[in-house]
Design a protein around this ligand. Structure first.
Ligand code: ZN
Length: 206
């Protein structure tokens, strides 16, 4: 009888030990799995940080641009910018920057890897000298060089659009889809103090 009780106790202890080891192993595996996921997504999560702050830092603020617009009237006389012109240019700059950042934030939610440039609603005469519509950049290039987020100067009509295709644009033969960067080197870009008065901002009657 005593022997039977000891046997049962031993069996129960053995079962408990087995269950304990099993649970621990499960936990270890789970932790390992989580670690590998974090590791795999390390770059992903850094790259996917909203570009808002860095994009703002990479360019002059509205006050600096307003000052420049004021002085350019005096210095160059190239464009006789009225106060209303300045307001329109500044408002457009602000809206365009916010819109392009929002495009990337939305793209991040959808896992977009490539973005391409487009002139909307008309060509930007300044930017056209640097790149063409359809030139594309990767999300990682945007992360490393937030200055490549348009607009590039007051009156700039360049916008950025997500490329939703599954193919790697670097391998595509799609007409006009060319990488903006050559071997990870940032390309020359328009100076922020170029000023353009696109017809689209003033309407066709302006
Ligand atoms: Zn431009």
């Amino acid at each position: 009888m005593v022997l039977a009780i000891i046997s049962v106790l031993l069996l129960v202890i053995l079962i408990l030990i087995a269950v304990y080891i099993g649970l621990n192993r499960g936990e270890v595996e789970q932790v390992e799995e989580e670690n590998s996921m974090i590791h795999a997504s390390g770059i992903y999560s850094i790259v996917r940080k909203s570009p808002r702050e860095e994009a703002m830092k990479a360019r002059p603020d509205l006050e600096e641009i307003r000052k420049y617009l004021l002085s350019s009237n005096v210095d160059t006389g190239k464009y006789q910018l009225s106060e209303r012109d300045q307001d329109i240019l500044l408002e457009h700059w602000d809206e365009s920057l916010k819109k392009n950042i929002a495009v990337i934030e939305q793209g991040d939610k959808e896992g977009v890897e490539f973005y391409y440039y487009e002139f909307v609603p008309e060509d930007c005469p300044v930017c056209k000298r640097y790149f063409s519509r359809g030139h594309f950049v990767t999300r990682e290039e945007i992360f490393h060089h937030p200055r490549i987020i348009p607009p590039f100067h007051p009156g700039c009509t360049t916008s950025i659009f997500p490329h939703h295709g599954k193919e790697d644009l670097r391998d595509t033969t799609e007409l006009g889809m060319l990488p903006l960067f050559k071997e990870d080197v940032p390309p020359p870009l328009p100076e922020w103090n170029a000023i353009v008065k696109p017809n689209a901002l003033w309407g066709s009657t302006a």
